[in-house]
Design a protein around this ligand. Structure first.
Ligand code: G4P
Length: 510
């Protein structure tokens, strides 16, 4: 292997690109802060919360963030720890999740699942976990708030195992509980990390020893292949707020957290360590800086090395462009990226040419797969206040749908467009952005449809189905047919009555 191939391999294998998934209040923000602190990045970060405050004032539509106290924007935080470069992709932290959250999970190689030790698995954790499972993303579990009254540790492990159908292997064990929580015992290294020294015969040490024996006897051993395949989750206990157990977690991610995976494309699988650079756009963010009205495409580098100034092919259009200003984002701060490697995420400013799911290469005609659209769970008809602005609305809805803010469906019976979202927050974002960026005021009308499924099958059978269900068929942004239904029951009836067609709640782009 040549020197440059070796150094490329080395750079890529030390990337750790991950996200944190959790139910609101489980401690994601606190853990993020502590991770950044342990990773020495807090200087750069300032403070995640302070950043949140600052960015609330930045643009008009982000007033939604301020009003509702939530973060709408996904950011990337990069830091070095244990010889590895970590990219932590932050996802919006509110119960109202959006498609962005889901798609961000398609750009990571691993997820840390934070669970509140008193509450166990909660609804949103489960939902986000299911998204990770779709792509077999390895999950590391962090059981947080051990400094409070918590459920029994074995019960928590059982709950993860049964609720998520995952094998669980504790890699650390809590020493003491609640106010007497002292730190952790590392089952593999057989050493303790405690906040203070205690005698060997301290009751907390004795309890830990007894429980560790039980855990070793009753629970599966850690198996790296099972972890990488998404069958087994290593479990860590800790308290983010007391900064206990956080280093255990980071050390493990550095040691065995997956390095950038290979990425499927329509034609072949692209290995992360291939020398040619390839990248996949998984998110578009418009008007991050209202003074510039720019659009940033967030792209995950899937292989090779990106260099500022290089020529890239945009494979959907076949056009080539020079990459003058790739950017790294840190929370909301940006800086020019001179180079980046597979696993890293860069922002690429553009004027609407790049779309979610687009592939960039050094020349090869590739189309990556795996970025999904999710069947909307909320459907609304857009009601325009000023009829003179119909044309403007059409353009705005198309642009915002391309950006992934909402999904746009054009009913085949010619009635007004329908927007579909996964989280109701997306509707607020749409309404606010239409007003501030396009000067178009709208309201939403409820419609009887509550379900949408992409229809696939042989063309003549699809045509027949469409003809007999025309009022319930709409075209999505790519012109693919979607069947709309008023209830679960009706949807199931249609699915059962049309066995030669398939109905999908996820559409893979590409
Ligand atoms: P989130 O991003 O998942 O929504 O959770 P966040 O970190 O904001 O934490 C939610 C609450 O739980 C916060 O308290 C936070 O301080 C607390 N918390 C997080 N980790 C731990 C932990 O390990 N132990 C204990 N005891 N508490 C923890 P808050 O009162 O809602 O907010 P704040 O006033 O502290 O900001």
């Amino acid at each position: 292997m040549s020197n440059s191939a070796q150094s490329l391999e080395k750079e890529i294998s030390r990337r750790r690109t991950f996200a944190i998934i959790s139910h609101p209040d489980a401690g994601k923000t606190t853990l993020t802060e502590r991770i950044l602190h342990a990773g020495g990045a807090i200087q750069m970060a300032g403070n995640v919360r302070a950043k949140r405050e600052q960015r609330r004032t930045r643009s008009d539509w982000m007033n939604i963030e301020k009003d509702r106290g939530i973060s709408v924007v996904t950011s990337v935080m990069t830091f070095e720890y244990g010889g590895c470069i970590f990219n932590l992709l932050d996802t919006p932290g509110h119960e109202d999740f959006s498609e962005d959250t889901y798609r961000t999970l398609t750009a990571v190689d691993a997820a840390v699942m934070v669970i509140d030790a008193a509450k166990g698995i909660e609804a949103r954790t489960r939902k986000l976990f299911e998204i990770c499972r779709l792509r077999d993303i390895p999950i590391v579990t962090f059981i947080n708030k051990m400094d409070r009254e918590s459920q029994d540790a074995f019960d928590l492990l059982d709950e993860v195992a049964s609720a998520l159908a995952l094998e669980t292997t504790p890699l650390t064990w809590p020493v003491g509980r609640a106010a007497k929580f002292l730190g952790t015992y590392d089952l593999r290294k057989e050493s303790m990390r405690l906040k203070e020294e205690v005698a060997n015969n301290d009751e907390r040490i004795l309890q830990m020893q007894e429980e560790v024996e039980l855990a070793k006897a009753g629970l599966p051993e850690f198996n790296l292949d099972d972890f990488n395949a998404g069958f087994l989750t290593p479990v860590f206990f800790g308290s983010a707020i007391k900064e206990l157990g956080v280093t255990d977690l980071l050390d493990a991610l550095a040691e065995f957290g997956p390095s950038p995976r290979n990425q499927d494309s329509q034609d072949r699988q692209v290995a992360a360590n291939e020398p040619a650079m390839t990248a996949l756009v998984f998110k578009i963010q418009a008007n991050m800086d209202p003074n510039h009205r720019d659009r940033i495409a967030f792209a995950r580098i899937c292989s090779g090395r990106l260099e500022r100034g290089m020529k890239l092919k945009h494979t959907r259009t076949g056009k080539t462009f020079a990459l003058h200003t790739p950017q790294f984002f840190f929370a909301r701060d940006r800086q020019l990226a001179e180079e980046a490697f597979a696993g890293d995420v860069v922002g690429i400013p553009n004027h609407g040419t790049l779309r979610i799911g687009d592939t960039l290469t050094e020349g090869e005609d590739l189309q990556f797969t795996g970025v999904p659209y999710f069947a909307p769970e909320i459907l609304r008809r857009v009601n325009l206040k000023d009829a003179m602005k119909a044309k403007k609305l059409k353009q705005a809805l198309t642009e915002l749908a391309e950006e992934g803010v909402v999904q746009l469906f054009k009913p085949q019976d010619g009635s007004a467009p329908i927007v579909g979202v996964v989280g109701v927050l997306q509707l607020d974002v749409l309404q606010t952005r239409l007003k501030h960026e396009y000067g178009v005021e709208i309201t939403f009308d409820s419609i009887s449809y509550s379900q949408a499924r992409w229809v696939q099958g042989e063309q003549n059978i699809i045509d027949r189905f469409i003809n007999s269900n025309r009022s319930a068929i709409a075209d999505d942004i790519d012109g693919d047919p979607v069947f709309l239904s008023t209830s679960d029951f009706m949807m199931q009836r249609t699915i059962d009555a049309n066995k030669e067609l398939s109905f999908h709640d996820i559409k893979q782009i590409g």
